[in-house]
Design a protein around this ligand. Structure first.
Ligand code: PAF
Length: 277
């Protein structure tokens, strides 16, 4: 396993690589969800590259950039166990030199849901992912279904900018009580951790209602909302039943839909989703 810190070194190394390169971009503090992406990349490629970069441009001014959990030694040990070949750990200055002034802005699909709640977030994500794709030149890149909108935004960018990479979306990894794995779960107190299962419960209710024949999206949104409102530590940011490709809100569920939500548990903002299929 090689740990690379500069773009120049990675480029040099990339030139010598033959066979398919699987790439997993991360912001570190890895958990089973990330490791599922690495395992899939390992199974499908000759070489596996993982990046660890807490990308400052995807955090809003009042978000948790300063306190985002970091533990590089632990991350490296986990990645070694998964037989990762190359870890790219650039500094902020390496990715964003002082004269940096080019951005990737995905419209429409990036403006809804997370985009509406976190202005500038997807601009930061798309820009850094485009840069990482240019640096790593992967054959396939792996993203989690947990961040469903991010995966849709990246796919849009790859199609629109004719990038030569296949995007693979890997199912969400959950704790035994259904809570989706997330580095931000570490912020939760024991009471909040219990309350956080409300996201999975609300999504499961949506799926159950839909499977029971409910096609009226608003009725499902209302039932999800009242379930979450019964949890005193939870505060809803959004509850959505949307077209799974465009993320436009649906009136009737007459095509593949994505139930998604963002909920604050205390000070921690959590997101999750489930397809209605
Ligand atoms: O999903 C993440 O961890 C990040 O948004 C990503 C894709 C690594 C970009 O910084």
């Amino acid at each position: 396993m090689q740990v690379i810190k500069t773009i120049a070194e990675l480029r040099e190394l990339r030139r010598c690589l033959t066979g398919s390169v699987g790439f997993v971009p991360t912001i570190g503090y890895l958990h089973e969800g990330h490791l599922a992406l690495v395992k899939r990349a390992r199974a499908e490629n000759a070489i596996v590259v993982v990046s660890i970069f807490v990308n400052p441009t995807q955090f809003g001014p009042s978000e948790d950039l300063g306190t985002y959990p970091r533990d590089l030694d632990r991350d490296l040990k986990l990645l070694e166990k998964e037989k990762t070949d190359i870890i790219f750990v650039p500094s902020d200055a390496e990715i964003y030199p002082s004269e940096f002034s080019t951005w990737v802005d995905v419209e429409k699909v990036a403006e809804r849901l997370e985009g509406a709640s976190r202005p500038g977030h997807f601009r930061g994500v798309a820009t850094v992912v485009a840069k990482l794709f240019n640096i790593v030149q992967p054959t396939k890149a792996y993203f989690g279904q947990k961040d469903a909108q991010q995966a849709i935004v990246i796919k849009r960018m790859v199609t629109d900018l004719n990038m030569m990479v296949e995007i693979v979306v890997v199912p969400t990894v959950r704790e035994s009580d259904g809570l989706a794995m997330s580095s931000r779960n570490t912020y939760l107190s024991p009471k909040e951790r219990q309350a956080a299962t409300v996201l999975f419960r609300a999504l499961s209710l949506a799926r159950q209602l839909w499977q029971g024949g409910e096609k009226d999206a608003d009725k499902i949104r209302q039932q999800m909302t009242s379930l979450i409102q019964r949890e005193p530590l939870a505060k809803i940011d959004y509850v959505s039943i949307a077209d799974a490709d465009t993320l436009e809100e649906l009136d009737m569920i007459d095509r593949l839909a994505l139930a998604s939500l963002a909920v604050r548990i205390g000070k921690t903002r959590l997101i999750d989703n489930m397809t209605l299929e």
